[in-house]
Design a protein around this ligand. Sequence first.
Ligand SMILES: Cc1ncc(COP(=O)(O)O)c(C=O)c1O
Length: 373
Amino acid sequence: MQIPLLDLSAQYAAIREAVDEAVARVVASQRFVLGEEVEALEAALAERIGVRHAIGCSSGTDALWLILKALDLGADDEVIVPAFTFFATAGAVWNAGLRPVFCDVDPATFNVTVETLERAAGPRTRAVIAVHLFGQMAPMEDVVAWARERGVAVIEDAAQAIDAERTPAGGGAPLRAGAAGDAGAFSFFPTKNLGGFGDGGLVTTDDDVLAERVRKLRVHGGKQMYHHEMVGTNARLDALQAAVLRAKLPHLDAWTAARRAHAAIYDRALADVPEVLPPAVLPGNTHVYNQYTLRARRRDELRTALEAAGIGTGVYYPAPLHLQPCFAALGQGRGSLPAAEALCAEVLSLPVYPELGGGRAERVAEAIRAFYG
Ligand SMILES: Cc1ncc(COP(=O)(O)O)c(C=O)c1O
């Protein structure tokens, strides 16, 4: 039996009728960009995430860019970004005309902490991007308190973390990914927990002024056609994507529960294997497992053995961002962010998609146990 890292065909087979109907509805309307479908999705997601504004856009990358442009920071102002994340987190900062400053991460949770942010902060720090990597929220109550003290904006990169929650360490109402900072960015790339049939993204915020600026920037910087207050871009969401996402949304709770159940199987089955470290979940966090990523000794050999057994895996991410050639001029060299650098040699993501039933997760765990003997 082949066990792929992700099986989107299995998901489509289960919801085909509803999705096909949604697509047909848009085709019949011949309204393909923004419009009612996008507005309906925005309203549903604003309510679900718990924010005043949810603004559909063309990708998670563009969601980050729109937020950064809307913050209206100065040229070369600094934005702290974790070195261990997908490239887009830092690429958006650069493309917004700002300077990424890379910080390290907690090697157990893969996320930023106040300590790692503090070490990267300087007089030109104007914003931080807290990534909720793999589907687990960063300790946002601490991050926000730290940022408020310094007058720094907090952007959440929630691309992998729709529906993730966190009860703050001191108690209180749960924080939801995308509603805990000044603005949140989501991705609807097909591999995400809520994925479209192409690219798509979302900006969330409670800030009316920021929301208005994002809405303008999404359509070339003007509310009125052919009148431009800012230089924006074309970052609109397609109606087809919105319709597909709306058809999928009623299933998201069950899909997330299934991901969490598969993760629990791995956690249990691998707990006594000293060569692997399952992902740590901070107390109070509800992890939504866009990826189930563990740390493994002899990672590359393990990966090859699993592949030979028909099991797909992924390495997210093989290189930290401060060591990417395009950021070499920023001068953060090898050895400067040791946790991020070490993780890149150790991490391995296992199949955790919702349709991974029928004993498949147990088989993956068994293959890992067999590899280490
Ligand atoms: C952490 C993170 N940030 C940003 C993005 C960018 O999202 P998109 O691919 O929709 O542009 C992704 C998507 O892969 C991501 O995983």
